[in-house]
Design a protein around this ligand. Sequence first.
Ligand SMILES: *Cc1c(COP(=O)(O)O)cnc(C)c1O
Length: 378
Amino acid sequence: MEFIDLGAQQARLRARIDARIAAVLDHGAYIMGPEVRELETQLAAFCGARHCVSCANGTDALQLVLMALGLRTGDAVFVPSFTFAATAEVVPCMGATPVFVDIDPATYNMDPESLRRAIAHAREIGLRPAAVIPVDLFGLPADYPAIEAIAQAEGLVLIGDSAQGFGGQINGRMTGTFGRATTTSFFPAKPLGCYGDGGAIFTDDKDLAALLDSLRVHGKGTEKYDNVRIGMNSRLDTLQAAILLEKLSVYADEIDARQAVAQRYSRALHNRFATPAIPDGMSSVWAQYTLRAADSTERDRIMAVLKAQGIPTAIYYPRPLHTQTGYASYPTDPRGLPASEAAAACVFSLPMHPYLDASDQQRIIDALDAAVAEISGA
Ligand SMILES: *Cc1c(COP(=O)(O)O)cnc(C)c1O
C-alpha cells in the first residue's frame, strides 16, 4: 500500500501524458513553449482568478510575490509555525522578519486572534507589519474572511500559500481568489502535482501579474537585453506544463474522489479519533487526512501497529518552525504557540489519494481499530 499512489493516477493518464510529451519533443520549445500559456489560462479559469503566472516551484512562487511587493528589512511578515518551512523561509531571504502565529487547534490553520496579538507585538518591537501568509494546511482553505478583515484594518498585504489547497473552496469561492495573490506548488505529492518541480501564482491584479512575469525571467523588460529590474530564473518547464494539462483535465473529478475517501475515513473513525474539522461553507482538497492521537506515546504506538501491517503513515509536521534551529530566533505571538506545539506532538496522517479503494481503506480502518483496542488493553 502506498501513502500517495501516483502510479494509479498515471495508469489512468499514461497514454495522454505520453502524447503530450511527444508533442513537446516534436515542437522543441522546451522553455516557455505554448503549453505554458495554455496551462496558465486553464488554471486561472479553473479557480476563477484573472491571472496566473507559472514558475519553477511553490517556494519561488512565494518569493516572487514578496519580491514584487518590494519587501525589505524591518518588514514583518506573519506566518503560521505549523507548516512546511517554505512558507517562512522566503521572508528572511528578502531581508524581512517572519513573525510566527499560532493555529486553531480544530482546523490546524492560522488563528486570527493569534494573528492580532502577533501584529501588536511586532509593532512593539519596532517592526513594520507588511504582509500575512496564511496556509491552506492539509488542503483546507485558511480562514480568509477573518484574516482578510484583519489585513485590511492593519494595512497588511494578504498572500495565500495554497501549495496544499488549490481547488479548495469557501462558499463556492475557490482558493486563488482571496487576497492580493495566492501561490501554489505542483510538487508531485501535492493534490495537483507534476513530474518534477513546478509552481504558480494567481492574482486579479494585472500590474502585479505583469511584474511577476518580468521577475520570473531575470527582470526582463520589453527589449530582450534590457533587464529593467533584478529578477530570478523561475520558469515552469514546458514539459511539466504539458503533463499538468492532462492532470488538470481530471482534477475536479479527483477532488470529488478525495472527498469521498475522506468521508469514508471520518464516518468510520470519528468515534475513536479527533477527525478533521471542516468549518461550514468550506471544502478541502484533502492533501492529507490527519488524525490526532491523545498524546505522542499513543501516536507512536498506533503508527507502529499500522507499520507492522504494511500501512504507511506520516507526521506532518513533527516540529513547528519556531522550534527549529534556523527559525528559533524570530518573534512569535507573545502568548506562545501552544496549539502548534500540541498538534506537532499528536498528529499523524493516513494514506490519502483519489484512487484509494474501499477494501484498502477498510484494512486501514480495521488496523486503527485494532491498534486502539491493543493500546486500551482490551
Ligand atoms: C510544498 C509546500 C511549499 C513549497 O512548494 P515547493 O514546490 O516544494 O517549493 C510551500 N508551502 C507549503 C505549505 C507546502 O506544502
